[in-house]
Design a protein around this ligand. Structure first.
Ligand SMILES: NC(=O)c1ccc[n+]([C@@H]2O[C@H](COP(=O)([O-])OP(=O)(O)OC[C@H]3O[C@@H](n4cnc5c(N)ncnc54)[C@H](OP(=O)(O)O)[C@@H]3O)[C@@H](O)[C@H]2O)c1
Length: 217
């Protein structure tokens, strides 16, 4: 399966791209410009030397032609990015890892989109795609650490059981990660908002903490 990453040049998108490529998946790292994508892929291949990364730099338009697409832009660019790719994304799973947060003085707090969540806004923008969510709580510093596997549970949501199953399968290709089905798009607000707490935890404890759900065997 070929995975496309929209906004793949940032810390989150580049870490997820390299990590998925490191487990043998073919990944197309997308950007608004081909030059920036090439620059980031070159740097990732150097950083992940010793891994045979199948990582290709491309524009977001080309990355959106992959079989499954991950959205890793900041919240302010999320809806417009996918709106311009409605045809490319049609019929496909679109995994959002986009959080809605704002700086409030020196704190980070959740931002509530008028649609209730970013994921719902995306599902309205690309109604022919299957929107799912994953990776919201996994800091790029942990995902992109070339010396250690990440250690976290990844909350996965979507309105279709087969989509959730496929996204959990993708998550669990990465050693150290377990996918947890947290429900439909109605859960997106809680998942997206919780990230603001984790950012504050990471700031206070100077770490790259993520989440584990207990009681599930
Ligand atoms: N950073 C983390 O640890 C982390 C962890 C989990 C989830 N997330 C979520 O993942 C998303 C990306 O995080 P990030 O820290 O990697 O963000 P970022 O560096 O701010 O942005 C990622 C990429 O998105 C593109 N971009 C920037 N502004 C854009 C706009 N207005 N429209 C379209 N594309 C734009 C840029 O790529 P080009 O200029 O190359 O197009 C940029 O490199 C966020 O929504 C964040 O909440 C982040």
């Amino acid at each position: 399966m070929k995975i496309g990453i929209l906004g793949g040049t940032g810390p989150a998108g580049s870490a997820v791209s390299a990590r998925l490529a490191s487990v043998g998946l073919e990944v197309v790292l997308g950007s608004r410009t081909q030059e920036r994508a090439t620059e980031v892929v070159d740097a990732l291949i150097k950083r992940w030397s010793g891994h045979d990364l199948a990582l290709v730099p491309a524009t977001n338009e080309v990355a959106a032609q992959a079989d499954l697409v991950v959205l890793a832009t900041p919240v302010e660019g999320a809806v417009n990015t996918v709106r311009g790719l409605v045809d490319e994304l049609s019929g496909k799973i679109l995994v959002t890892m986009v959080n809605a947060m704002v700086k409030w003085g020196d704190r980070v707090v959740p931002l509530m989109p008028y649609t209730g969540s970013v994921a719902v806004a995306l599902s309205r923008a690309v109604p022919r795609s299957h929107v799912a969510g994953a990776f919201h709580h996994l800091p790029a510093g942990q995902l992109g650490d070339t010396d250690h596997d990440p250690e976290a549970d990844i909350m996965v949501f979507s309105d279709l059981p087969w989509v959730t199953e496929q996204v959990i399968g993708l998550v669990e290709r990465i050693p150290g990660l377990r996918g947890i089905d947290v429900g439909g798009l109605g859960s997106a607000l809680a998942v997206e908002a919780l990230t603001a707490c984790l950012v504050e935890v990471n700031r206070r404890y100077k770490t790259h903490a993520s989440l584990r759900v207990t009681g599930i065997v």
